[in-house]
Design a protein around this ligand. Structure first.
Ligand code: FCA
Length: 331
């Protein structure tokens, strides 16, 4: 809500500026920004990059969409942007520890940088200062996941003592840890037994890595008939759900709740039979893409530095309401 207001105010500010220095400067400078993402094939990032391109078309700047799937890929994307005359870039890095290296390269080129979704960390694992960030309010959204799972366990009349939790983790990534910690805390507060929570550490943030992490955990705990599943995103929860299916568990035995609200969830909700993927906490990737691209543009053209940290919120999306939530969030 407040972000929408900020957006309107900024848009209004922009139109007032046009006709004076703002317009001339924008036209002269031929603003071009990069938008680099760690997983260009995932629906969340496809939508985020499209939304950035769209706001660029509306406000009159160019967005170059690039993938940066490892450190080398990110550095060559930055070189590529420099050779195209870009004045800055928005990035969701493949590894948050790349921050200092990325900033070195950007500073050499005089480029401005904003992170989206995953925030850079310094050598001590603390958020890297001086790089504006926009991302989900991870812990809170994780709590929403835990609450949604608890409500569904109640609706199904499950005895929590007889339920196993598959927590698909990526503890090296603060974005991920905040979210799964929020979910675990909400579940335990509700009365879920901590000793029934089993970790499945994934190497990456996609469906395949989650599937590989989940399978052995499920087979080691074959005594449980009911499973709940959570992770940093819906792609990973889907990996967990696919692993339960392979193990022979039915949709009635599984409650998976993800995070994102992207095409991955829409495809799952569109299947004719429900699966163990009960829902996902949807966040507007459209807003993430638009807001960061616009913030960077304003920073380049008007010298207005974006807020140090902006946190966005989420809405539970299930098979029953997903189309409405999708429309509300502009997805
Ligand atoms: C991380 C996850 C993505 C998405 C994003 C907001 O980058 O890997 O799936 O949740 O945060």
């Amino acid at each position: 809500m407040s972000m929408t207001k900020t957006f309107t105010r900024l848009a209004l500010g922009a139109s007032l500026a046009l006709g004076t220095v703002g317009a001339a400067q924008a036209a002269d400078e031929d603003v071009r920004i990069g938008f680099i993402v760690k997983k260009p094939e995932q629906a969340w990032f496809i939508n985020e990059q499209q939304a950035a391109t769209q706001v660029g078309e509306e406000l009159g700047f160019r967005v170059v969409r690039l993938g940066g799937e490892d450190g080398q890929g990110v550095l060559s994307a930055i070189d590529n942007l420099y050779s195209q005359g870009a004045q800055g870039f928005v990035i969701c890095p493949p590894d948050v520890r790349l921050g200092p290296a990325v900033m070195n390269r950007a500073n050499q080129y005089g480029m401005k940088v904003i992170t989206v979704d995953d925030q850079f960390v310094d050598g001590n694992g603390e958020p890297l200062e001086g790089v504006p960030h926009l991302g989900m309010s991870g812990y809170k959204i994780g709590q929403q996941v835990g609450e949604a799972i608890a409500a569904e366990m109640e609706a199904r009349g499950w005895d929590p003592q007889e339920v196993a939790a598959l927590r698909i983790t990526n503890n090296e990534l603060p974005t991920a840890k905040e979210r799964t910690d929020g979910a675990t805390d909400a579940l335990i507060e509700w009365g879920f037994p901590a000793e029934n929570v089993f970790d499945a550490p994934q190497q990456n943030t996609d469906t395949n890595s989650a599937f590989s992490a989940a399978s052995p955990v499920i087979s080691q705990r074959g005594n449980f008939e009911h499973w709940i599943i959570y992770a940093l995103n819906e792609e990973s929860v889907l990996g967990g759900v696919r692993a339960t299916e392979q193990y022979g568990l039915s949709a009635d035995d599984v409650i998976g709740v993800g995070i994102n609200g992207s095409g991955a969830a829409f495809a799952e909700f569109s299947r004719s039979n429900p699966t163990g993927f009960h829902g996902t906490v949807a966040v507007s990737s459209t807003q993430h893409g638009r807001q960061t691209a616009e913030n960077l543009y304003r920073w380049i053209v008007e010298g207005e530095e974006p807020p140090a940290n902006t946190e966005t919120s989420g809405t539970l999306m299930t098979r029953d309401n997903w189309q409405d939530v999708r429309a509300e969030l502009g997805l």
